[in-house]
Write a protein that binds this ligand. Sequence first.
Ligand code: ATP
Length: 216
Amino acid sequence: MAPRRQVVKIEQVTVLLGGFPALARCDFDVFEAEIVLIAGSNGSGKTTLLKLCAGICGFREGSVRVFGVDMKGSRADVRKFVGYVGHATLLYNDLTVRENLKFIASCLDIPFERAFEYASEFGLSGKMLDQLVGTLSAGQRKRVSLAAAFSRECELLLLDEPHASLDHEGKEFLEQVSIRFRELGRSVVVASHEFERMESIADRRYQMDSGRALKL
Ligand SMILES: Nc1ncnc2c1ncn2[C@@H]1O[C@H](COP(=O)(O)OP(=O)(O)OP(=O)(O)O)[C@@H](O)[C@H]1O
């Protein structure tokens, strides 16, 4: 069997934020077609690590390679393969769910149908598509945001606390879609306080501790 492609390789990386070592000599790997979980207490460095993988955070020491590209150089090419969902949903409140999805699909140059298929997988259909996003509950907004992110079908999807605000059904949808994503050969990295939630479907697990990613 051919060895699995390494998607992310982080070695001995230190990230200073306002002088504070948010990551300290951190090592972290992601391979193709896997679901990786990252647990850790508040402030342990989960968000910083995801942003580093997404190419939206600089670093001082060490080496970061994403899809083989040295992230010390230009990171622009890598970003098209990587999706990142942070705490903010980045949706337009004064547009409907349908309008938001269409807008996102056109910006990403993906078929509208695909965005609506993922929305349906997250339980968004019927009248809800015509509801203004600003009138949705936090969990419903999160579903739209996740559906939009998955619909990019990028090679690596980084999810920061995706379970926050989601109800039981929403969390089930997230698991199902993540499993399907992996079946397509894509990788999903999930930072979550609800570690046990996706534990059964995860391939590998890390625990962040004071800016270091410890393998579990
Ligand atoms: N601009 C900044 N200046 C100083 N320290 C910062 C700055 N930004 C982040 N930090 C610190 O870096 C550390 C890592 O932050 P990060 O957001 O990565 O943690 P986290 O594990 O995602 O936390 P949470 O679970 O609360 O989301 C924290 O201790 C935080 O206080």
